[in-house]
Design a protein around this ligand. Sequence first.
Ligand code: DGY
Length: 328
Amino acid sequence: MAGRKLKVIVTRKLPEPVETRLHELFDAQLSERDTPMTRAELGQAMQRADVLVPTLGDRIDAGLLGQAGVQLKLIANYGAGFDHIDVATALSRGILVSNTPGVLTEDTADMTMALILSVPRRLAEGEALIREDRWAGWAPMALMGRRIGGKRLGILGMGRIGQAVARRARAFGLQIHYHNRRRLHAETEAALEATFWESLDQMLARVDILSVNVPHTPSTFHLLSARRLKLMKPTAYIVNTSRGEVIDENAMTRALREGALAGAGLDVYEHGADINPGLAALPGVLLLPHMGSATEEGRLDMGEKVIVNIKTFADGHRPPDRIVPSML
Ligand code: DGY
């Protein structure tokens, strides 16, 4: 590699400062388009690139990895989630995969908190009333929501983002409950005043608001199954800023329609932009277009992480944010 700049192919339009830096450092092929590459284009890119910089939505499966050129040695994902990449197959073919953890934590936690506040207080319904010219002025009984303070927030997945949500939620007087593969260290748990539930089922039956903060992996797919959703209180709300696949979306839609759940604030969906049409018809549901981490600062930080990962690799070291098998 010495003496030759790495061929870095980026699949999507990125913020200008990130693209400029990529150009300066590498033999970078940037994308003019803000739409995903086709599968054929992705395949061609993987035949030519030393480093591929994909994003969410670029499905890099075993089939595509099988077509990759021998020179492809790093997939430096622009994003924290890597469930769109078959990392196990990539690693078995000697291709490293890195992501951009940490820099999306606070923005995503802010958005989660925004949904936690907005759904029980019916913000979307109130706004629609004004935009649709249906508001006739204040009324004592109008748009009554549910108070946040004193309620039990269940956090499913107490990693970086889950903990950042907990910190915010405490300031709003919510009681923090959580389920996680591993229990937090006692000091962290004490600082968050968080109650650990080894049994997800038991936690679900007791919380007023559930925030989904686990990544999508084979073991979290439909973790909130039809059976588990039925355990929740009919007055409970669900907020999901992680990955749609964690919830059985059809079962959740049914539960919301039937009044078995009070409402939901969703930023992510089981089938990407192909959202269950029943959801949009429900008044107690606030739907966002996967914008949890969409801040200018965050997107620049993500670019910086991608660059550091590639640069470290180019210098002959292992990228700091490489995905290791225990994370799969
Ligand atoms: C990620 O980086 O995985 C986020 O979901 C994008 O918001």
